[in-house]
Design a protein around this ligand. Sequence first.
Ligand code: 4AD
Ligand code: MG
Length: 480
Amino acid sequence: MLTKKVVELLETDHILQEYKVNGWVRAFRSNRFIALNDGSCLDSLQCVVDFENTDEVTLKSISTGAAISVEGTLKESEGAGQRVELEVTSIEILGIADPEDVKKTILQPKKHSMEKLREQAHLRVRTNTFGAVMRVRSKLAFAVHQYFNENGFNYVNTPIITGSDAEGAGEMFKVTNFDLKNIPTNEAGEIDYSKDFFGKETNLTVSGQLEAETFALGLGKVYTFGPTFRAENSNTSRHLAEFWMIEPEVAFCDLEGNIDLAEDFIQYVLEYITRHCASDLEFLENRLVQDEKSKPEKDRSPMPLREKIDFVLKNNFKRVSYTEAIEILKNCKPNKKKKFNYIIEEWGADLQSEHERYLVEKHFGCPVVLYDYPANIKAFYMRLNDDGKTVRAMDVLFPGIGEIVGGSQREERYDVLLSKMKEIGVDEKELWWYLETRKLGTCKHSGFGLGFERLVLFATGMSNIRDVIPYPRTPQNAEF
Ligand code: 4AD
Ligand code: MG
């Protein structure tokens, strides 16, 4: 007998045949109708049990949460709500789920808050919402690789343990195998890292960019897609301490080419999920509508989820210089009325997410690419413009998200890079290899980093980044 996934049976034209399906019971009604879900799609398969010819023990064990295997004939359904159903001929109980235990968990079929789901993250993948989000996440990840593969990029795996601080922001988790109760020190009383595992100070990477750059200067077009770590104490709905970043890096490419790439790439992966995740997106859209009913009208999404995705697919991102953006922000209503938490007073101000979201959601009403930022609010590796005060940086800002991409054209001139590193105290000894690439066949090159969870957040319409990653790591939380 053919063993099939629920999604296959729901879509097949081959009815009146015998099939076997494994899954988890979502619900069991009237001692007769099992809603069987196996995670292959949002919908469950209705399995109709002949209760008169099924023993009492088996019937009792068919309860919400249980793992079962059923065999039967696929038929056109007489009831409303489904096209086909499985008329069960035999049932095997694989793993029971005691209703008394289930009651204490989120498997209990009723509405649970997202917070509650997070507390039981080992079970939340069996809910409709989280299951849908994880399927979309998986498809997006596949689309990322497909895009770069189709466009001549090489996938590189940059180190997770490193000695450098790529962003120069000092937000790193230390890596050591010292006995923390007995840390070796030198004569001056400082920690003696020469005795540590790597013989030097090391940390978890905040970005694979610097190593990716060296690879672009040999393979031409590369990208990374891996975990990155930030020990920043940001308890927001858009920050994680461990997140996945996609970082393309391209030789002989300037900032315009970099922005073109970011736009094309984002549109490609979003288009991919509209074709491959239609029913999950429809479910997530309806969920969002329900969810927002309790919110005041002004806080609701201006567009339904799929329309919002379509809008991004069909419209070019608006390209605006930092200087233009500051003019807009200085003169806008919330700034003048002091509604922003941070008032924009002059050129040079760092933009907060409230400003980014004003530009995207209120002023332009579309994704915005800001470029040419003041040098002193950006990282050391960005290429200095001729004006001597701005760098070839770009951030892509998205509705509801704020910054989704950060990137730049890189400083390829040895002297300019070295003096910048000296000026802001980036350790040139640690980065000797990075500097050396500027002496051996240096060339114009550019790249960016896209926070994968922020992309999933946008694509699914979820409101908290903790709900788009299997097991979120945030300040004070590393459960599971
Ligand atoms: O702007 P960031 O810090 O840029 C870099 O790390 C560069 N080295 C990238 C590059 O040019 N190759 O981070 C890039 C993106 C952000 O735009 C945001 O989407 C995401 O990474 N990001 C985070 N996502 C979740 N939680 C956090 N704490 C994040 N910090 C950054
Ligand atoms: Mg950034």
